[in-house]
Write a protein that binds this ligand. Structure first.
Ligand code: SAM
Length: 219
């Protein structure tokens, strides 16, 4: 059996992957700088998770994508850049401050033409988006307690072969050492993903864990 990787080796391997496959350009760095200046919480995906999101877009040939939780627009720019010219990202954000920062980020990165930011509670925005479906990819990265509701919506509104991805599946390890309602909600969500018969699911053990599920073709 292979040796278990030490934390230090793991960190060095993350750097190795970063160096080979991840390019965080000036526009992406500027988004994080602006998020810090605006004192937004530092809870965006990391650069290699952004790159992973791009890979998922390419792997399912996604054209119509939904993101739940925009923050400063960091992951939104990674996602939008992976879309074809006629692709569209709908990103949903509750906070008007975060929405304003995201809009500026999308302009600055030159991807605003393929992104529609919808302000408000995600459940309300999702209800209004049903007519625009089916969707190719739904990325969940917002309030953990609502993840099961977002998952159900995704299953109903993805095309067969479409993909749902959820960030923070590991909650920095707290899904196996739960201390808060959010930890318990994330554990319940992961279990729901695993048990869901309409999905082929897994957790990619990258960064803070990315739960992924591909919608099966209906029989
Ligand atoms: C983890 S951050 C998103 C990070 C972003 N995806 C990134 O990686 O750059 C979560 C965002 O979801 C928003 N949010 C939380 N609850 C929400 C809700 N019910 N509806 C819409 N947005 C919500 C928060 O305001 C916050 O901006």
């Amino acid at each position: 059996m292979a040796d278990i990787l030490s934390d230090m080796t793991r960190a060095r391997l993350d750097e190795y992957v970063d160096e080979l496959f991840v390019e965080e350009d000036d526009a992406l760095k500027a988004i994080q700088d602006e998020a810090n200046r605006q004192q937004l919480p530092a809870i965006s995906v990391r650069a290699f998770e952004g790159r992973l999101l791009q890979m998922l877009v390419h792997m399912v040939g996604a054209k119509k994508v939904i993101e739940i939780g925009a923050l400063a627009g960091y992951s939104g720019v990674w996602l939008a850049r992976a879309l074809p010219a006629d692709g569209k990202l709908y990103t949903l954000e509750y906070s008007s401050k975060h929405a304003a920062v995201s809009r500026a980020s999308f302009e600055q990165a030159g991807v605003h033409d393929r992104i529609e930011l919808i302000e408000g509670r995600a459940v309300d925005s999702l209800a209004k988006l049903v007519d625009k479906g089916p969707f190719d990819l739904v990325f969940i990265d917002a309030d953990k307690g609502s993840y099961p509701v977002y998952l159900q919506w995704a299953i109903e509104n993805l095309r067969p072969g479409g993909l749902v991805a959820a960030h923070n599946a590991f909650r920095s390890g707290k899904v196996i050492d739960q201390q808060s309602d959010e930890d318990r909600a994330m554990d319940a969500f992961n279990r729901a993903m695993a048990a869901e018969s309409q999905l082929e699911s897994f957790i990619l053990a990258i960064g803070d864990g990315m739960a992924v599920g591909v919608k099966k073709a209906s029989i």
